[in-house]
Design a protein around this ligand. Sequence first.
Ligand SMILES: Nc1ncnc2c1ncn2[C@@H]1O[C@H](COP(=O)(O)OP(=O)(O)OP(=O)(O)O)[C@@H](O)[C@H]1O
Ligand SMILES: [Mg+2]
Length: 345
Amino acid sequence: MTDSAAPAVLEVEDLRTYIATDAGVVRAVDGVSFTVGEREILGLVGESGCGKSVTCRTIAGLMPSPPARSTGSVRLAGYGERNLLDLSTSELQRLRGEHLSMVFQDPMSALNPVMRVGAQIEEAVAAHEKLSGRARRTRAIELMERVGIPVPERRMRDYPHQFSGGMRQRVLIAMAIAGRPKLLLADEPTTALDVLIQDQILSLLLELQRDFGMSMILVSHDLGVIGEMCDRVAVMYAGEIVELSDTATLLGGPRHPYTISLLRSLPDVTSQSRYLRSIGGAPPALVDLPGGCRFAPRCPLALDRCREWDTELLEAGAGGHTARCWRHEETRREDAWPEPSYESA
Ligand SMILES: Nc1ncnc2c1ncn2[C@@H]1O[C@H](COP(=O)(O)OP(=O)(O)OP(=O)(O)O)[C@@H](O)[C@H]1O
Ligand SMILES: [Mg+2]
């Protein structure tokens, strides 16, 4: 079932990815469910280490297994009723590119440093279309033009280190769209870039998403970026989704104390409300997680029961707005929040 108006392109149900490490089993993604509608951009936000990348990599079949093990289901429109978690390596290779593609944070490490850029794009083209050498080259040039790389005929012969960070990201985007995927997973595609370049890359992604009618998951730390780009947003905390809604509601009327704290800690918020404080403490280690709500140890609103029992996502408003908090109805009331203690802030 989809919780957005558009039919779902991606349906993720109770997804768990546990990773075996020397320190124990890391519950990197721990029971996550969401959908992405046709032509929809879903934002994924949350502090470092909360499981955003592992969620994307699991969907794309890119988690090393072992040590990672995933359960739950990931279904893609046009891919029958099959659970993507059950696909073989060769099936996954075909899936990637044609049905979904991924753009990563660090374009340099995703490119082959000793292979000419043109050859790498041609390789991405060849993975999806049987073309003659000449046609493949033409298609690679078209793709480079499409993503805004000037003088592609010449730049094809360069190596990745001869490209700037932004141009390298354009190369990766060209490779990602070579098979015209229905779903693009963009994991912090601009974090490593200068601010000015970030805007250009985001505009390019938005333009391609609209032109090709793609659906997208956009991972970002930047709530400003999320606000501009995304239709809906999922907020993750310690491997779980703690709040999910359309973007305007999430930014304008958040209900989970973590989302509220995240928004109130933005530097450009000028209001002097009680909410205004940085979130103290750190997220729990994802090994040996305590019972109860995972945010409770840092939550100014936590009650005893929050430390004992967790809740599922509860309906918090119209249009599929859900929050994983017993007290979601009270969180909007300023007097529900304790007076800030400035010593500990
Ligand atoms: N290959 C791996 N082996 C062991 N642990 C891993 C591996 N990949 C991720 N993890 C752990 O899984 C958890 C989730 O990591 P993930 O990379 O998804 O976080 P993230 O939300 O993307 O963070 P960031 O914002 O820093 O990119 C972290 O605790 C991380 O240390
Ligand atoms: Mg990440």
